[in-house]
Structure formats: structure tokens, C-alpha cells
Design a protein around this ligand. Structure first.
Ligand code: 13P
Length: 267
């Protein structure tokens, strides 16, 4: 049973792809191929393309949310090359934090990711917190433990009421499924979504844990999204490679709209 009909979200993480010269056109094409009011759509281009994508979508499809792929954990200061939450004002309303590629390449710790969440929330950005185990951790039977520790490390210092009001989203992205063409089983992703919400309850979220959207990410395509959306505890997808392809996004959002409409009809 799901306690409330959570929104269905499809978020595109473009990673280090596109340029300001081509991002606007791609965003408009994807928006036009995914026009579906029941689904919350978000596009996260590179920082330097945020303004272009914002301007392009403002004229064509203002329903598409725009997200940054990262934000700095301090409000301001001597951090060469970094971007603060305040700098994103007017450019983005969403932000991805704690992506495994940043944990891996930028050494982001759970504690730092927690600080980022705080900055994002203070600035009115809706955060997508990424968690997920590595292959060896799953093989060792430790997947849930790893994800629980990531959640605790990032969330323990936060007031659940504030993050809940800010619309926190959790994306379960098993590292071994990212960019590999291998996906988790829908049933395993659903078990992890249960574990995520159980951890939130342990962290004091109470019934608000049931309102937190949990997305699946890792090699999602139009061809496999149905397996995840068949699970009532999964509320959408964070899409990498396929999010740069309008045909794939059209298929993913079309499938998501079936789930979104079924949930609306049931509520
Ligand atoms: P892929 O869909 O390319 O596997 O990437 C998933 C991801 O990391 C989204 O944030």
C-alpha cells in the first residue's frame, strides 16, 4: 500500500555533455516530445548551459524543471571554480547532490553531501540526493547497509520537517548499473526504496518518509523503465545516457505518464 499518491518524476542528468550552443535546442526537442502534465520533468544540464536551457524552455515549455548537477557546501568564499547555491538563483530550481561520480571523482563524503543539502534547501532548491552501493558491496550482501549509512551521513544533522517541506527526493543509483547497460532488478530497487524509507523513519521522519519520492537510476532506457515503474514504491527515474536522446526520453516519459495517471485516478 502506498500511503499517498506520490508524484512521478523523470529527471535527466546530462552530466558533462552538451554545450551552451546546443543545449537549448536539445532541451526544447525533449520538452516537446515529453509534454505530459502528470509527470514532473526535470532537465539537469551542465552549469554553463543552465541559462541557455532556462531561456529556451521559458519560451516553449515552462513546466520542465531545471536542475544543477551539483552545488558547493559553503555559502561563499575562496573556492576557485565552485558554484554556490545562491549563484543558482534564477537558473535552477532543482539540484542533484551526492552523485556517485562526484563521490568517486571529487571525494564527496556523506557529511559534505549533507552540507550541500542544507545549502540547497536554504536557497529554495529541490534536492535529489543520490545514494547507491558499489558492485563489491552488493556482492558482499551489504547494499542496504551502505545506502542506509549514506542516508544517515547526509541526513542525520537535518531537521526532517525542513527537508520534507523542501521536497527532498532520493535517487537510488547502484554504482554498478551506471553507464554499464546493466540495471538492478525492479524488485531489488523496490526493496531498496523500502529500506530508504525505513531509514528515514529511523531518522525521525515519521509518516513524512512515505511522501519522499524515490527514483531509480542506472542504465534506464525506454525499454526498461516499465520494470521500475511497475513497483509502487518507485516514483520515477534519474536518467543519464538515455536522457540525451529525445526518442528515449519520449518513451520513458510516456511510460511514466501511465503510472502517474493511474496514481491520480486512484487518489
Ligand atoms: P546512466 O543512465 O547513463 O546509467 O546514468 C545514470 C546516472 O548516473 C544518472 O544520474
Amino acid at each position: 500500500m502506498i500511503h499517498r499518491m506520490r508524484d512521478v518524476i523523470v529527471a535527466a542528468n546530462w552530466k558533462m555533455h552538451t554545450t551552451p550552443a546546443d543545449a537549448g535546442e536539445l532541451a526544447v526537442t525533449i520538452a516537446s516530445r515529453t509534454r505530459e502534465s502528470a509527470v514532473t520533468r526535470v532537465i539537469c544540464p551542465p552549469y554553463v548551459a543552465l541559462a541557455t536551457v532556462r531561456d529556451a524552455l521559458a519560451n516553449s515549455d515552462p513546466d520542465v524543471g531545471i536542475g544543477a548537477q551539483n552545488v558547493h557546501h559553503e555559502a561563499a568564499g575562496a573556492y576557485t571554480g565552485e558554484i554556490s547555491a545562491a549563484m543558482l538563483a534564477g537558473l535552477a530550481t532543482w539540484v542533484i547532490v551526492g552523485h556517485s561520480e562526484r563521490r568517486r571523482d571529487a571525494g564527496e563524503t556523506d557529511e559534505r553531501i549533507g552540507l550541500k543539502l542544507g545549502r540547497a534547501t536554504e536557497a529554495g532548491l529541490r534536492a535529489i540526493l543520490c545514494v547507491g552501493e558499489r558492485a563489491e558491496e552488493r556482492d558482499a550482501g551489504a547494499a542496504e547497509k551502505v545506502v542506509e549509512a549514506q542516508l544517515r551521513g547526509a541526513l542525520a544533522a537535518h531537521d526532517p520537517a525542513i527537508l520534507s517541506r523542501a521536497g527532498l527526493v532520493v535517487a537510488y543509483e547502484p554504482v554498478w548499473a551506471i553507464g554499464t547497460g546493466r540495471t538492478a532488478l525492479g524488485s531489488d530497487a523496490a526493496l531498496m526504496a523500502d529500506a530508504i524509507r525505513r531509514t528515514l523513519v529511523q531518522l525521525g521522519w515519521g509518516s513524512a518518509a512515505e511522501d519522499v519520492p524515490v527514483l531509480y537510476g542506472g542504465s534506464v532506457t525506454a525499454g526498461n523503465i516499465a520494470e521500475f515503474l511497475a513497483e509502487p514504491t518507485i516514483d520515477g527515474a534519474l536518467v543519464g545516457g538515455a536522457s540525451l536522446k529525445p526518442d528515449e526520453m519520449a518513451g520513458i516519459v510516456a511510460r511514466a505518464s501511465l503510472t502517474a495517471r493511474a496514481r491520480l485516478a486512484a487518489s
